[in-house]
Design a protein around this ligand. Structure first.
Ligand code: 5AD
Ligand code: SF4
Length: 343
């Protein structure tokens, strides 16, 4: 297919071309191309990031998310600082080189305490990724100085009207401001979006992809929207797996050197969803290493969970070997980031 050939050669596609790829009935050539570009650009190594969900408390009210503040059905809990550090130590012992501290958007830890946690984890020799939502430039800067390497903040959708409808009290401009601040502070920046939000068009997904390329991001996480029964979008369920996979594959074609996770939401929708994603452009997996907390951290129903940390890692190693992949050595800095010479 001509568009795919062009993308493999130039890594440039316009909106119309992206829309035609997203509309493909049979996308097998797209997946094969993304797999090839992934192999040639970032290799067969799969980077593991140990995910620690540090808090289910959230001050926001995003219509799609189970952690929204109006959801009274979920158990709210914030880990103590020492709990977070213990999980990070366990992850380090199990061979992880990066931990991701993810939580609802809240201020309950206190920025100075969080900075101390980051410093402690850095002493373990781990790379630290934060995913704690929108903060001021000063707070991002504090965490960066404490040693945080990466920050994940999805744009969710670049359709401003849709964004502001789904995320009440939040402003699209502020979200973009956050992403720019993170870039300016020298973070490796991860962003991404959901696919299949009610009211989201294929054209808008094409805009999302072009937005990530323009920013640019060093990591892009694309997840299917999964309706959560305890949210106002309970009845908006449809199967967004294929469209998400296509969006992810297109991103690999236009941003060959970035890191792309096989997202948990993909694994939730298909038994082998993560492996399907790894064969269609992805090169990162984020297993949960945060213990029981994942019981409560229900963004959407049925969220896939990792078992015991070391066993899970060994199992994964075997499964990756069977499909010609391996766990990558090192902390897995994005090649796109290194190319910017910010180290
Ligand atoms: N379905 C899929 N992904 C979701 N997220 C939140 N709620 C849902 C849902 N119902 C995603 C958002 C957020 C990330 C942490 O989880 O993209 O940024
Ligand atoms: Fe809170 Fe993030 Fe969920 Fe929105 S998506 S309700 S900010 S945890």
């Amino acid at each position: 297919m001509e568009i795919i050939e062009k993308a493999i050669k130039t890594h440039v596609l316009d909106k119309g071309e992206i829309v035609s790829l997203l509309n493909l009935e049979d996308a097998s050539l797209l997946y094969e191309a993304a797999d090839r570009v992934r192999r040639e650009s970032v290799g067969d190594g799969v980077h593991l990031r140990g995910l620690i969900e540090i808090s289910t408390v959230c001050k926001r009210n995003c219509l799609y998310c189970g952690l929204r503040r109006d959801n009274k059905k979920i158990f709210r809990r914030r880990m103590s600082c020492s709990e977070i550090i213990n999980h990070a130590q366990a992850a380090a012992r199990a061979g992880y080189a990066t931990v991701v501290l993810q939580g609802g958007e809240e201020d309950g830890f206190g920025a100075d305490n969080m900075a101390e946690v980051i410093k402690e984890i850095k002493r373990l020799g781990l790379a630290v990724t934060l995913s704690l939502g929108e903060k001021s430039f000063e707070e991002y800067s504090l965490y960066r100085q404490a040693g945080a390497d990466r920050y994940l903040l999805r744009i969710e959708t670049t359709d401003k009207a849709l964004y502001e409808r789904l995320d009440p009290d939040m402003s699209f401009e502020n979200r973009v401001r956050c992403l720019k601040d993170l870039g300016r502070l020298g973070y490796e920046v991860g962003s991404g979006f959901m696919v299949g939000l009610p009211g989201q068009s294929v054209e808008s997904i094409a805009d999302d992809i072009l937005f990530l390329k323009a920013l640019p991001v060093h990591m892009a996480g694309i997840g299917p929207f999964i309706a959560n029964p305890d949210t106002p979008l309970a009845n908006c369920g449809k199967d967004n797996f294929d469209l998400s996979l296509k969006a992810m594959a297109v991103i690999r074609l236009v941003m060959p050197y970035i890191n792309i996770p096989a997202t948990t939401a993909m694994e939730t929708l298909r038994p082998q969803g993560r492996f399907t994603a790894l064969k269609s452009g992805a090169n990162v997996i984020m297993p949960n290493v945060g213990g029981d907390m994942s019981e409560y951290y229900q963004l959407y129903p049925g969220k896939a969970r990792a078992g015991e940390v070391i066993k899970y890692r060994l199992d994964l190693e075997e499964k990756l070997k069977a499909v010609g992949r391996h766990i990558a050595e090192g902390s897995g800095i994005s090649k796109a980031y290194l190319a910017e010479d910010k180290k």
